[in-house]
Ligand binder design. Sequence first.
Ligand SMILES: Cc1cc2nc3c(=O)[nH]c(=O)nc-3n(C[C@H](O)[C@H](O)[C@H](O)COP(=O)(O)O)c2cc1C
Length: 230
Amino acid sequence: MNIYFAPLEGITGYIYRNTYNMIYGHVDKYFAPFVSPSEKSPMTPRERKDVDPGNNAAINLVPQILTNRSDCFIDAAKELKSMGYSEINLNLGCPSGTVCAKGKGAAFLPETIELKKFLDDIYNYAENNSTKISIKTRLGYYHPDEFYDLVKIFNEFPICELIIHPRIRSDFYKGDVRMEYFTYALEHSNAPLVYNGNIFTKEDYDELPDKTGTVMLGRGLISDPSLADK
Ligand SMILES: Cc1cc2nc3c(=O)[nH]c(=O)nc-3n(C[C@H](O)[C@H](O)[C@H](O)COP(=O)(O)O)c2cc1C
């Protein structure tokens, strides 16, 4: 069983990650809050500082990219590769209004034709540049049943890990998770799965479906930093 620290923009920056790791540890991978590449630049100076390997030397860090443009993704992936990162995460889950208004994050999920083309481009880049790409996704934008088509699409690509937060966009981070869709993924996904959502206690973890291996913890680790140890 592996434990990953979820990216929490505005909270789990490099100072938080390093301090957490020094005091508590027991985390196998930390995911950096997203960098949002633009046509002008793959990263802002602030984003670059957060993923700078010199600021993350003691931890196993996976940077995350938020975009719906494959050229911007690839530009950022190239810069991250030059910094030494050979694994990158794609954000397909962010529910925030400003992100979704631009068609990124969870708002990219229903655009299945564009999404497939985007994934074709970035996995083609990844294959030729010894890079692994994982995906962090929701079940869909409007309705959880969008997930059935998404699993079919994801199954066409060599996703190194598929991290599933089993909610739709309008759920934001509230209410019960839709565990039956994660169970569906356990049966039908080709990619190794990571479960994410509402694990606040060891008991919450114990109730996950039997085949769940790796979990990603966010607010649970913030509110109880010794949760990973437990
Ligand atoms: C304040 C805040 C910031 C977040 N920032 C990101 C982010 O940058 N990238 C991302 O993929 N998810 C982000 N998330 C979602 C979390 O990574 C995680 O999926 C969510 O909190 C559900 O997991 P949890 O119930 O364990 O907290 C954010 C969530 C919150 C509450």
